[in-house]
Design a binder for this molecule. Structure first.
Ligand code: KG4
Ligand code: ZN
Length: 389
């Protein structure tokens, strides 16, 4: 039994400090969070430069970078928080979902650390972490989130809808929607790559879309042909997302409008600019390209909003939270907030810093588990396909 473990009702906090560790994809993160709400530090080592030449995450390279970065990132997190290992109440780590080799680095490091320090280890689902990015900031601001809430987790790997509820300090999730093919972030990344823009594509499309006409290319509503999946309860078709058809429609538009030479020229020009930013691409994009980008983004955002608000209505949720990398998208934020206002339904986003992958959200999600004594055992391993609810 851990020294901090009480006999029946979980762990007794001494400092309330949890060190969170995140390594599920291409960011190595470490953060110290007090009592699930005070972010004392949130250190991150991004691998964007490593993967950018490939236009996507290369799993083998990601694992190697995590291995190099994890010790300095944890040190930086402790230093910024002004605390030592001995001050921590627990170590929390992302166990999945994500890339196997990437997850293993964080899990093995966290296990070793917990063992050496004789501190409890808490395993966190990355998706739950994204939801807690919103909850931690709401708690910090003293805002009570109306429950049940509908959580849209929209990132490079997921486009999932969850009903989330808390009973006596424990959070429960029920999956009520998912993508049948590409995640929304994946579609942003693939379309950006197709158009010769930088990686990851979301921020490039977000920025360039402001300069195009979103009505120029009428993509039409996204319909999902597959049968609705039946997981734990009856599903309805409108809760299924699909973005691969839209990506193909962009490809067809590019072909029929003979855009390939312009794309190739843009790719070459951007490759010559060190640390190219989305604004560098503006003079390299003609009106037709900017209109295509804006129309694509409008189609994705419109579809996410339509289905999310329909789900909120069907399941009578009292609020909506949106998190994950795509939640950083400007048009998505504006659209969801306006729609929420018109329906008197609170819609809450994390700050931009906590929208994309980070370890503060992992430490925050670990807090209720710590208090409940929900501690990982020594056989904890990486779970690349871990689901939530
Ligand atoms: O949550 P995240 O950092 O990692 C995953 O768990 O996948 O999300 C990364 C994804 C990428 O696909 C990236 O292109 C997208 O989030 N993203 C955006 C924006 N910022 C990041 N997509 C649209 N607009 C943005 N501003
Ligand atoms: Zn994520």
């Amino acid at each position: 039994m851990h020294p901090a473990l009480s006999s029946s009702s979980g762990l007794i906090p001494t400092s309330g400090l949890i060190l969170g560790i995140e390594s599920s994809c291409d960011e190595t993160g470490a953060a110290v969070v007090r009592s699930g709400q005070d972010v004392l530090s949130n250190a991150i080592a991004s691998q964007i430069r490593t993967h950018a030449p490939y236009g996507g995450v290369v799993p083998e390279l990601a694992s190697r970078e995590h291995l190099q970065n994890i010790v300095p990132v944890v040190r930086a997190a402790l230093e910024q928080a002004g605390c030592a290992f001995a001050d921590l109440d627990a170590i929390a780590v992302t166990e999945g979902p994500g890339l196997a080799g990437a997850l293993l680095v964080g899990v093995m490091y966290a296990k070793g650390l917990a063992f050496a320090l004789n501190k409890p280890l808490i395993a966190v689902n990355h998706l739950e972490g994204h939801i807690h990015a919103v909850l931690l900031e709401a708690k910090k601001q003293g805002r009570l989130l109306a429950l049940p809430t509908l959580a849209l987790v929209v990132s490079g790997g997921h486009t999932h809808l969850y009903l989330a509820e808390e009973t006596r300090g424990t959070w429960h999730y029920k999956n009520i929607g998912k993508t049948v093919d590409d995640a929304a972030g994946e579609a942003f990344d693939k379309v950006a790559k197709l158009l010769g823009l930088g990686y990851p594509g979301g921020p490039w499309i977000d920025w360039l879309a402001q300069h195009g006409d979103p009505r120029a290319v009428p993509f039409g509503p996204i319909t999902v042909k597959q049968k609705p999946y039946r997981a734990q309860q009856k599903q309805i078709p409108r809760l299924l997302f699909s973005f691969s058809g839209l990506k193909t429609a962009v490809l067809r538009y590019v072909q029929t409008h003979e855009m390939a030479p312009r794309i190739a020229a843009r790719r070459v020009a951007l490759a010559d600019i060190p640390d190219a930013k989305p604004s560098d691409a503006l003079p390299l994009c003609d009106t037709e390209t900017l209109n295509l980008i804006a129309s694509f983004q409008r189609a994705v955002v419109g579809d996410l909003a339509r289905k999310t608000f329909a789900a909120a209505e069907t399941f009578h949720t009292a609020s909506i939270v949106v998190s994950g990398g795509v939640a950083a998208n400007r048009e998505l934020r504006q659209h969801f907030l306006a729609e929420g206002r018109s329906r008197a339904l609170p819609v809450i986003f994390p700050s931009l810093e906590l929208s994309t992958d980070n370890a503060a959200m992992i430490a925050a999600a670990a807090w209720p588990k710590f208090v409940a004594g929900d501690v990982a055992t020594e056989i904890l391993t990486a779970e690349p396909s871990l689901s939530l609810g």
